[in-house]
Ligand binder design. Sequence first.
Ligand code: AMP
Length: 307
Amino acid sequence: MSLIVVGSMAFDEIETPFGKSGRIIGGSATFIAWTASNFVQPINQVSVVGGDFPQADLNALAAKGVALEGVQIKKDRPSFYWSGKYHMDMNTRDTLVTELNVLGDFDPVIPESYQGSEFLVLGNLSPQVQISVINQLRERPKLIVLDTMNFWMEVALDDLKKVLTMVDVLMINDGEARQLSGEYSLVKAARKILTMGPRYLIIKKGEHGALLFHENHVFFAPALPLEDVFDPTGAGDTFAGGFIGHLAKTKDISFENMKTAIIVGSAMASFCVEKFGTSRLKEITHEDISARLEQFVELVNFDIDLV
Ligand code: AMP
């Protein structure tokens, strides 16, 4: 089974109540690839970086089974740069700087070796690029998952609406669901968004878990209650990586299996927030992942006598 991951590869600079990260490696596709590579290989990465992106980080991804043929390197230009600051509750953040740099005119080219991939995750980046990738695939993948953010709703809403008609699963956070639908109630928002194209909608609510909507069904997965959340950056992408990784590994795209995939996504996201950037994701083993999944099973498992 193979998976194409499209998204940003970036330099991030993050400020939380616990400290400042300095310039570190981030980007939606970076988090997704690090996470999904625990479940499937190869990961066929599509992105763009500048000449300043460290070769060591590309090598580390390659060692995890991430194919980089679809990652363009623009030698004389700077990589995408994003900086953000978290508030005390760590659920809300302000974007301080978004410098698109090489991402601004990124024209993705899908390598021949990526054709025939069964799964596609369109991580957060311009909807135009997301559309271009779908259009270049000769065979439609079994499942296309789309992640996006408020930034693209503000600067490229028409393209975003177009790509929504081309995908199966949309992943956004609660604020973005409200912005996209114009509805405050998440149930009403979901109903509206499900008429825009995707058959499945996942609404992420940070430390309050995630909701999966499909037709008239709703499923809820909690987030693991953690003593300390150190840096939530990339948690959404990590969630996406765990979700698609599990589906691609099991090759089962039923609603029932998506419920499990959401739990896997939540478990992976709970690692991501423990350290700055991708540092925690780089350390974890299969044993760590299994132990965390067991914690989730315990968290939601209960018996009940019906009255
Ligand atoms: P998340 O915390 O899951 O929303 O993802 C954070 C990551 O998204 C960071 O590593 C950023 O580099 C990346 N990012 C932030 N803004 C954008 C954007 N407009 N397009 C693509 N990637 C972005």
